[in-house]
Structures are given as structure tokens and as C-alpha cells.
Design a protein around this ligand. Sequence first.
Ligand code: WCA
Length: 431
Amino acid sequence: MAAVEFAESSNVPRERTSRYYRKERIEAMRAVLAQTKLNKPRPGLPSHQHERGIGPATVLAIGTAHPPTPFEQATYPDFYFEVTGCSDNTALKNRFRRICDRSGIDTRYFHMTQKLLQENPSICSYMDDSLDARQDIAIKEVPRLAERAAIKALQDWGQSRSSITHVVFATTSGINMPGADLALSRLLGLRPTVNRVMLYQQGSLGGSTAMRVAKDLAENNKGARVLTVVSEITCFTFRAPNEEHLDNLIGASICSDGASALIIGSDPKPGLETPLYEIHWCGQTILPESDGAIEARLSQAGLIYHLMQDVPRLMSRNSQSILSEALEVADFPEWNDIFWAVHPGGKTVLDEIERTLHLHPDKLEATREVLRNYGSMQGASVLFILEQLRKRSVELEHPTTGEGCEWGLVIGIGPGLTVEVTVLRSCPTFG
Ligand SMILES: CC(C)(COP(=O)(O)OP(=O)(O)OC[C@H]1O[C@@H](n2cnc3c(N)ncnc32)[C@H](O)[C@@H]1OP(=O)(O)O)[C@@H](O)C(=O)NCCC(=O)NCCSC(=O)/C=C/c1ccc(O)cc1
């Protein structure tokens, strides 16, 4: 009987079946597998089932890193206009200062210090040819920052790095071949047989998309341990302010550098691995009537971003329907009964989601803390928020890593305008 259920379940899209992950279902699967030897074909079971994990992909470790130099938001307008030679444009500078003041950010970290920027004047111009200078920085520094986050994740995991079977790497900072995934594998001394996936130009979706790819790898390859990394350095988008390009000024007021890493695998080894979050559902939606809302074009002058002013409104208008559909897997809990990690790509985006869904202020506190202390590190941000949620859960003595809630949502916002939603299930807190 159980074997038949298991065979049937393989015909159902795994990520869409709400009942699939119920405890009894997993128990039934475990019972079937206990009767037989794993990896041995069993009559009635498709042979490939033995090559797959049993349980859902699970976050087993988190690591984060940022460049060493902090920039206070209060003094950033002076720095930005001075280093780009635009201090005389007081009207634009005052406008930028107002935007920074209302950004909800206290501190950001950048690899690009005053010295480095002065050594690379083309990057400080508005539109000079500067691609080579930007690439030189990104090719070297993106994997290095990723390495620091990955080392922390490996320490958090406590297992040998030779057990890493896959690498998923996302960045919007630079393009090269072989990519940052190979550079990182070398820096970490991973096995040459590690299977890599490189995701370029996902923008602020990077963390969510990397988690979705890692989930599929972890669930479909028994024993897989997927190092999932996002690393972003703003050297591709930094440019002088210009009245004709106010959306660039918005980006300059919120974007920053950071890297984050997860280790994801199915079926945590009891006593050796600590499950932090189970990944139960992932999906993307292209928002209606959002063409051009967030887009970027690579040019001789670096990556030229365009943001439409109604991004926050597009988000709030569509969030109810997109998020409700995703939460089917969790039997539709109330918005205030789940935990939240929302891409902190601007305070107004967070305010709009909070207002539309009537969220209690503490629901987005972990998200706002990351925005306040680091700014928006594009795709790396949502994984920083998962770490923040875990820390807050321990500090505030919540029973689960989701601040006491069972289910939670990670929301990536990126080019398209695309929203990527990940449904997580929290785990018991340790420590
Ligand atoms: C916190 C912000 C940044 C500022 O708050 P605020 O000051 O209360 O906001 P306002 O809406 O009043 O905007 C301030 C000024 O900027 C103007 N503005 C407001 N967005 C716009 C606009 N997209 N166009 C062009 N004028 C505008 C707005 O008209 C207004 O002009 P003014 O009253 O004359 O000073 C807030 O606008 C906000 O959260 N915006 C949403 C940002 C957003 O779209 N995020 C999406 C994901 S992040 C992302 O994809 C990043 C990309 C990126 C982009 C560039 C880069 O270099 C690098 C990366």
C-alpha cells in the first residue's frame, strides 16, 4: 500500500502538492525505504527513486560576509558627490541627501574605497568607457567575498568541505568564463568533480533563484550537499549622479556589497547536521503590466540600471494573489502567523507590503534590521535575513528558527519585474 502511494506521488509535481510533505506522508516513505535497502531497485518502484533524497531540501548552514569598510548613510552623500566630482551640484546633492535620509539605512559596506575609486576615474564618471576597469575588480573580488561567506557557512555546518557535491553561484557583478563558481571552488579547495551552476544577472532575485536551483539538486541527488552562494559588489553600477537618471540615484542610495552562503541538502544526518529551514516550495511570477520596471543593460560604461517609480505599487498590487498561491503548501496560514524575509530593495517596498497585508511591525523587523545595518546587497540580502531570523529566534528564545512560527516566506524582487517566492518551514532552535 505504502509502495503504491510512493509510486503515485512521483507522478504529481512535487512542489505543488500540499499533502505531499505532511508528516504522515514522509513517515510512510521512510517506512517503505526502511523495508528495502536504499539504492537497490524494488519491484513497483521506479528505479530512479532510489537516487533521490527522501525529505525536502533543508538549509543546513548559513554564512554571511561584507567588505571591511563601513560607510555611514548620513555622510554618504558628501562622499559620493565628492569622489565623482559633482559637489558643486548642490540641488542634486540635497535631493540625494533627502532620499538617503528616508532610506531606513544607517550603514552600508563597499569594496570601493575612496582610494580605489580615485585610482579608477572612469568608474567615477557618469558614462565613460569603464567596463574593463569594472571587470578587473569584479573578477577578483566577487569570488573572494563569496569565499569569506562560504567559509563561515562551512564552519557553521561543521562537516568536511570534501562532502560538498554541488556549487550554485549567483552574481550580477561581472561576467567571465570560467566564472566565479570555478574561482570559488578553487579558493575553497573543493573537489574538482564538484558540479557547478553559474547564475549571472539575476539582480535581486539571486538568493531566491539560487535556493530554487539548490532545492532541485538536493532533492534529486541522494546525499547531495549544495554550497549555494550569492556575492555582489557594486563596482558594475557605481557611476556619477545625473539629473537625467534619477533611478540611478535611487540605486546609489540603497545598494551595497555583501555575500551570503547556504549549505543545502536533503535528509540531515542526525547528530552531525543541524536543520535550520526546510525548503518546501519555490516559484517565480512575472508581474502583469510590469515591462521595464526593473531592467539593466551591460554597456561599455558598466551595467546601466533602470527602475520605474511604481515598483513598490506593482509589488503591493500583486502580493496578495502571488503569496496566497505559494502558501497552499502550508494550508494557507494567516499573514501574521508566518515569518518573513523580504528583499530589502527600498524602504517603500517594505512599507507597501506591510500596509497591504496588514502585517504587525515586528514581522518585517529582521528584514528592516538587514536594510538598516547593510543596505540592499541585491540577491545576497534575503540570505542575510535568514541568518538574522535565526539569530533573533535564539536571542528571543523562540522555539523555532522562524521566530516561533512554523511557516515562512522569502520574497525576491528582480528584473522583469519578477517576484520569486520561497516557502520555508522552520526547525527547532538550538543554542
Ligand atoms: C527608499 C526610497 C529609495 C526613497 O524613499 P523616499 O525618499 O521616501 O522615496 P520617494 O518615492 O519620495 O522618492 C524620492 C525622490 O526620488 C524620485 N524617485 C523615486 N523613485 C524613482 C525612480 N524609480 N525613478 C526616478 N525617480 C524616482 C521621487 O520622484 C522623488 O523625487 P523628489 O520628490 O523630486 O525628490 C524609495 O523610493 C524606495 O524604496 N523605492 C523603491 C526602490 C525600488 O524600486 N527597488 C526595487 C528593487 S532594488 C533594485 O532593483 C536596484 C537596482 C539598482 C539600481 C541602480 C543601481 O545603480 C544599482 C541597482
